[in-house]
Design a protein. Structure first.
Lengths: 386, 386
């Protein structure tokens, strides 16, 4: 490992996200990281980064000695293969979401992380959002008591036909292994398990190409149930504008609502509704409540925050905001939703990763879908995306 | 039929709702109705209404010649039997919700309405709520365009253990034929079909006695899908306080939200998101929107409005706000949600009414549940309920 005061980073995959990360590193916004190498099969995508070494092959970059750490921004399937190669070569690894396309690949990738001195993180940049951090803190502190119900409508992932036509890997079983659940929603699925833990069963209704001419899901309604009976609903689509991002969490002590990412509204019961239910001597009363607005403080550094934390973990032993190992949960949720749809059944968790991999392989093998694509000459500007 | 300028009404079932209706009629709040008879097996419940004839048998009241019309406020199962008897006797009939407990009974009841000169209405008093009337008008006028998604969280039906113990018929298969879906939610299920029409399939997750010691459902999450792919989620429970009543309706032209019953928020796309999706030459843009607040005008007469309209239909041929025939839809939705849970399957609509009736009968026959009850000496004050 380098003894320099900066992490020497190589980025593989110089599409929209890779380019955005490279720019923020060069601009000095991403902490103690030096961009020493970039890698892409399309040579022209590396041109803007003339101070970094250029590679057209990830194995060559991994073996080059030019980097201490790698940031993987390639299409999803290769997260697993490149991640394993990099971990086996002793590099620190930061992988874009999802960490892999399916649970069995996640397990393979995570198994390659044998040397815990190597830092292995995932780009779950929404974990830096102050409102989610605050909500998590409030839940952990028991402010809601036992959680009874969760409802997350996250439908502000609108994407146009042009978007889907802009990359031949996009929205295909072979290219992405799914649609909105694999590309847009890993963030919310990760936040879900980070905030509430994993459910014990999942039933989902995924619609394939409902709003776009694609072979994967662009519309999902999922029901999740926990061991203790707590229920959840997760709704997403790329076909809706203006879209909604509203998370409602109900516990025995009240209700918290995040409508957007900027505030938490807490309707707080003066006594637990369970206690009130059991002890009231009238039929229709409810506990008295407080209407509480919880201000959200702090910056939301997003990708830059994850990059910075990654460097600090390498250089100073800082605790990771998003260990890659935790990335298996969002993949398992996404896979379970698709598997539930394919089999028209309620899936008990943990999901059988091998069974899902077999179903997905079959989807790829039997795909006859011909995707419309357009020639995109410029790298998409993803600076405003999440 | 009487030639008086008022409808001579008899109420059967002088529990909470029957008593509340009687009081508002006597107070002159319910239009051109005269309370000429009341009927209950519990003699003492009729005492406050000394100007009306008292009956302890509904057939006797129906045959008495004292009434032109009957308002049925008995436990749900007898809505069918008393309703049929009253229709066959030539009376006008107003029946509390649900019109019957299950679809097959609804069909029997509706079949008895052969003489269309007899007015036959249902107490869907939430149809008088100005916000729902406005929303319906906006949808019918095409302001939202084609509807894509509906989400109704209606969990402000909190009920205590005392409530369930306050009547031995409550929350039993034999007494009510269900829980929150049959007692509290007929309103919202009726509004759902009134606003959006009937779905083509239903999958629901009902939890039995999750929050109360009862043998029927007190917690429901249901997924509804329409022929054209539109999706819906309906969530209800009597176990949650403070609870939520939030209806979000998304169409291609934008989104309308009713949070409570007092306002409609309309986020309006300048162009349809479907058109925008197909024609944009960028991947991440969304249509420009207007943020619109739609003021809600007018009174909300609730039960009194339905009573008044019932009398006006009889006396002047006014159009019914809530024809009883339409009451079959909310029952079919409730039955489908329970049937889907019992069979752990997605139910295709129309529901097989005979199959559901058989399942329900089995529930009743095999019930071994012993319900805790408390002696309630006063009639519950339902003036604040919906």
């Amino acid at each position: 490992m380098s003894k320099s005061s900066k992490v020497r980073l190589g980025i593989v995959g110089m599409g929209g996200m890779g380019t955005a990360h490279a720019k923020s590193i060069i601009a000095g916004e991403a902490g103690r990281i030096e961009l020493t190498a970039v890698c892409d099969r399309k040579i022209e995508l590396m041109k803007p980064f003339e101070d970094a070494k250029h590679f057209d092959d990830s194995d060559a970059m991994i073996a080059s000695g030019e980097i201490d750490a790698i940031l993987i921004c390639t299409p999803h399937y290769s997260h697993t293969t490149i991640g394993i190669a990099a971990l086996e070569a002793g590099l620190h690894v930061l992988v874009e979401k999802p960490i892999s396309v399916h649970k069995a690949d996640c397990e393979r990738l995570i198994a390659a992380h044998t040397n815990k001195k190597q830092i292995f993180a995932a780009m779950f940049n929404q974990r830096t959002t102050p409102a989610y951090i605050k909500l998590r803190e409030l839940i952990k502190n028991g402010e809601l008591g036992k959680i009874q119900r969760i409802n997350w409508i996250i439908t502000d992932w609108f994407r146009t036909d042009y978007y889907y036509a802009s990359g031949d890997w996009r929205a295909t079983w072979g290219g992405e292994g799914g649609g909105v659940l694999l590309n847009q929603c890993p963030h919310q699925l990760d936040l879900w398990q980070w905030l509430f833990g994993m459910p014990s069963k999942v039933k989902a209704f995924c619609q394939i190409g409902r709003f776009h001419d694609i072979e994967v899901e662009d519309d999902v309604t999922a029901y999740l149930e926990y061991e203790n009976g707590a229920t959840g609903v997760f709704i997403t689509t790329t076909g809706e504008a203006p879209g909604t991002n509203r998370l409602e969490v109900v516990g025995e002590n009240g209700k918290m609502v995040l409508d957007g990412r900027d505030s938490i509204t807490f309707t707080r019961n003066e006594v637990s509704c369970r206690e009130f239910c059991a002890t009231a001597d009238t039929g229709f009363d409810t506990p008295d409540v407080w209407n509480v607005e919880i201000p959200i403080k702090g910056e939301n550094p997003q990708h830059k925050g994850i990059l910075k934390n990654f460097a600090e973990a390498i250089l100073e032993g800082a605790e990771l905001l998003a260990p890659a190992e935790e990335g298996i949960h969002s993949v398992e949720l996404a896979n379970s939703m698709l598997y539930s749809t394919f089999t028209d059944s309620t899936v008990e968790l943990p999901l059988d990763g091998a069974a899902y991999e077999a179903v997905l392989k079959k989807k790829i093998e039997t795909s006859t879908f011909v995707k419309k694509t357009v020639e995109v000459t410029e790298v998409a500007d993803l600076s405003g995306t999440y």
